[in-house]
Design a protein around this ligand. Structure first.
Ligand SMILES: [Zn+2]
Length: 270
């Protein structure tokens, strides 16, 4: 089959290696076929070089997202320093360093922070990390995904995949509740400080209470980190800027109208 492509080739030199990029400029909007050669080439190499890490990157990411949104705001508020012995500490996440080297440039553009290669989607960057930067994985660290049961990762993963609701398993709920409580004890020991006591209580309410099949209790009952929308901020600033201008225009218009009325009245009297 003959494929009529208008292709531009770009070569980018990075860290002693040259990466070729093929850009398809024939289609409307110039949709790019980025990294085509790189993907084709590296996927074979990836199969050769991928080191097996028995830890789910996706679920580790979900666990970290939950920790960041539903726990860290309270930890920061208390100015509490989580110990490295606590499994929720960033140092105990195998993928933390790689995740911090992900640079989202655009909606379809992800950059590798180690070598600057660009990928169309986050999953390709994940594959690139697995193949090219597996040596930077600190496998001595623990797998954060192992804590997913306690942290309710399914809520984050399922909300993305829209999977159906699974029937509650009493034994699994009891196991997760036990894991959850053990995390509260190791991360926020009640004999440590008053802030540790407060965080211990909060952790139990926020994460552990919902590990039951009796229902009625929902996880994350204490709330989450509030994100200030950039759009909301921009609209607010613009409104504040234009409001005085609007009132000045209305004032001048009314003044003009009243002047016109006075002039018309005096002319009619004469
Ligand atoms: Zn890279």
């Amino acid at each position: 089959m003959l494929v009529n492509w208008h292709v531009d080739v770009y070569a980018i030199y990075n860290n002693n290696s040259i990466s070729f990029y093929l850009y398809d400029t024939s289609s409307l909007g110039c949709r790019t076929q980025k990294d085509t050669q790189l993907k084709g080439k590296t996927q074979k190499q990836e199969e050769q070089h991928t080191h097996e890490v028995h830890c789910s990157r996706e679920r580790s990411r979900a666990a970290w997202k939950i920790i960041e949104e539903y726990l860290m705001p309270f930890v920061e508020q208390e100015k509490y320093e989580i110990s490295r012995n606590c499994r929720l500490h960033p140092e105990n996440d195998i993928f933390r360093d790689q995740e911090q080297h992900k640079i989202p440039v655009d909606i379809n553009e992800w950059r590798c922070g180690y070598c600057n290669n660009i990928f169309e989607a986050e999953e390709f960057l994940d594959q690139h990390f697995d193949s090219r930067h597996y040596d930077l994985l600190n496998v001595s660290r623990k797998c954060l995904a192992d804590l997913c049961g306690a942290l309710h990762c399914d809520l984050v993963v399922d909300s993305n995949s829209k999977s159906s609701k699974i029937k509650c398993n009493t034994a699994a709920a009891a196991r997760n509740h036990h894991l959850c409580e053990s995390l509260a004890i190791s991360c926020f020991p009640v004999n440590h400080s008053p802030s540790a006591i407060r965080l211990h209580e909060l952790y139990l309410r926020q994460f552990c209470d919902a590990h039951t099949c009796s229902g009625g209790r929902k996880p994350f009952s204490r709330g989450r980190r509030k994100h200030t929308s950039i759009l909301y901020l921009a609209i607010s600033i613009l409104t504040l800027m234009f409001l005085p201008v609007f009132y000045v225009i209305v004032y001048l218009y009314q003044r003009c109208l009243s002047n016109h009325y006075i002039t018309a009245s005096s002319e009619s009297l004469q």
